[in-house]
Design a protein around this ligand. Structure first.
Ligand code: B12
Ligand code: SF4
Length: 497
């Protein structure tokens, strides 16, 4: 091997649907925590990692490839969400053309769900790692350097002649405490450049932590193929140490827990809260939760320990749809959980989706009524997307790969529409629901107060509002009557499965 350099890339992807470009001023700009974990692991074993965050620094395919070619590393590691696959392949092609010896390894959620198909389709990727990467990547690098057998490395995909092979096994990290801290020090301009969505935190700087991995539920729209069903945790002490490290070293004041099920263990959450309270570490934090995991006593403790916001996957206001999603929750339970959370003084964020199979005018109306009924001041509405790896993907597409949709799978495009509703109608409902929720005097007042209390959000808000006004004006001048998008994308499926 020429050197032990390894460049990790979070590739560029379509982040925002055409027509909504102004939204970029207020969206989430979190780094890839997966790459931070991998970089820390390889560094521990004597490699020299670096990280390129394309989206955050507005780097396109050419910029990223040029940077890698200048560095001429022996290895490149690319993290793949479905939406980023084509961009990643274009980067890999350019690197291979200039540096044919450089080995390109891919991993991430898209590979965990559609690895063999991707390696078959894109010859510019040399190897793929399925599932959690720390251990497997080390084994793979070791085998490549020693020119050993790849069959002894579990959980990888590789090409041999015309065949694509997957080695058996999926070694997960049972004890997360054994992992080194994510390599935040390798992120350019950390923490300043990595801002979450506007109003999603009181004061920055902000960092993310995954305090656990895995989720035992099987909601049909969700891709859990990377971490699987078995939940594994860091000890509360280790989580506390990470928070303190981020606070003391980088001045981080707010943490985003990105776990699928942060509240899976009340015992651990209680222990972490107690550690935070005893230490006097004044940090705020947010987490996600299922509605069936919160209870008033733990919510009150969380509030005292700095919890500022909880994001609930509420999805819809229709019990019928919740059932079809296999969400194992009812609208009534959602209302109760949201009420308890608001009563504890924790802000509620509702995560919703529109256009799930079975969506119809009644379910849409139920969602509209629901979002106004509950004590919630912030909501996210994503356009239903059948991600590879989610159970619903197989229901809708069977064994079809639909790689033509991958580039649009960012939750902001309807790539599929339920029977009886067109994409245009869904787009109209999408805008209506958001306006219906946000365009209320009490919500306006709430955000005014929040901005006065935390003025750090003001500049981003201003840029967003100016962009929105310009987009509206353009739509009126071009005859769309204020609609931000109109024409149907010819690549979309016909309505219905
Ligand atoms: C935090 C988060 C975000 C953040 C940060 C994104 C980021 N770049 O990491 C933000 C808000 C920006 C985001 C945006 C999006 N997200 Co998101 N996000 C998550 C979430 C909740 C946690 C991710 C995380 O940090 N995990 C912890 C780290 C340690 O794990 P990891 O990143 O997967 O990395 C491990 C392995 O995947 C593997 N690995 C990863 N990369 C590589 C590379 C190599 C070379 C190797 C060897 C191994 C390897 O090893 C790592 C360490 O074990 C996951 C859900 C989940 N459970 O993972 C969804 C999830 C990843 N997001 C998802 C989606 C769809 C999106 C969006 C496309 C749309 C949306 N819904 O918002 C955008 C696009 C973002 C993009 N391309 O960067 C889907 C992905 C499905 C898919 N097949 O594409 C997930 C799985 C949610 C779900 N259950 O459906 N997201
Ligand atoms: S939506 Fe949440 S609870 Fe459901 S499977 Fe995904 S991570 Fe688990």
């Amino acid at each position: 091997m020429a050197n032990r350099d390894i460049v990790f890339i979070n590739p560029p992807y379509e982040r925002i649907a055409p027509g909504y470009e102004f939204v970029k001023h207020i969206t989430n700009r979190s780094p890839s925590l997966g790459l931070l974990h991998l970089a820390a692991e390889v560094r521990l074993h004597g490699y020299n990692p670096s990280i390129i965050e394309s989206d955050i620094f507005n780097l396109g395919v050419d910029d990223v490839a040029a940077q890698v070619i200048r560095q001429a590393p022996s290895f490149v590691g690319i993290t793949l969400f479905t939406v980023g696959v084509w961009g990643a392949a274009a980067i890999a092609r350019k690197i291979k053309a200039a540096l044919p010896e450089t080995i390109i390894i891919v991993g991430g959620p898209h590979i965990s769900s559609m690895g063999p198909e991707t390696i078959k389709r894109f010859r510019e990727f040399d190897y793929a790692v399925v599932g959690e990467g720390e251990k497997v990547l080390m084994d793979l690098l070791g085998a490549l350097e020693a020119k050993g057998s790849l069959w002894s490395v579990p959980g990888i995909i590789f090409r041999k002649g015309p065949f694509v092979h997957t080695t058996p096994g999926n070694p997960v990290n049972k004890l997360l405490d054994d992992l080194p801290f994510p390599a935040w020090d390798l992120l350019p301009d950390f923490p300043r450049a990595y801002k979450p969505a506007i109003y999603d935190f009181p004061r920055g700087p902000v960092a993310t932590i995954a305090a656990s991995r895995g989720c035992p539920f099987h909601c049909k729209f969700c891709d859990t193929s990377t971490f699987g069903a078995k939940v594994r945790h860091y000890s509360p002490k280790k989580v506390f140490e990470m928070m303190k490290h981020l606070h003391d070293t980088y001045g981080v004041r707010h943490i985003f827990f990105v776990d699928d099920l942060f509240l899976a263990s009340r015992v651990r959450v209680t222990e972490l809260c107690n550690l935070l309270l005893e230490s006097g570490l004044k940090m705020t934090w947010t987490c996600t939760a299922r509605v069936d995991t919160v209870k008033p006593d733990v919510l009150q403790l969380m509030k005292k320990a700095g919890c500022w916001e909880i994001s609930f996957g509420l999805e819809t206001g229709s019990d019928e749809l919740l059932q079809q999603m296999d969400k194992q929750a009812r609208v009534e339970a959602s209302e109760q959980a949201v009420k308890w959370t608001a009563e504890a003084g924790i802000r509620v964020k509702g995560l919703f989706m529109l256009g799930y199979p079975g969506e119809n005018p009644e379910t849409i109306q139920a969602t509209k009524e629901f979002v106004r009924r509950i004590p919630m001041t912030i909501m996210n509405l994503t356009k239903f997307t059948p991600y590879p790896g989610s159970p619903v993907y197989r229901d809708l597409y069977g064994t079809n790969i639909r790689e033509d949709h991958w580039e649009k799978m960012n939750g902001m495009n309807f790539v599929w529409a339920p029977d009886g509703i067109s994409v245009e109608e869904l787009d109209r409902h999408y805008q209506e629901i958001l306006l219906w929720f946000y365009k209320r005097p009490q919500i306006g007042m709430y955000y005014l107060k929040l901005t006065l209390h935390y003025p750090n959000h003001f500049y981003r808000l201003l840029r967003f509002l100016m962009g929105l006004a310009a987009a509206k004006l353009k739509s009126i001048l071009t005859g769309r009557g204020g609609l931000l998008v109109r024409s149907r994308d010819p690549n979309l499926d016909a309505p219905g499965p």
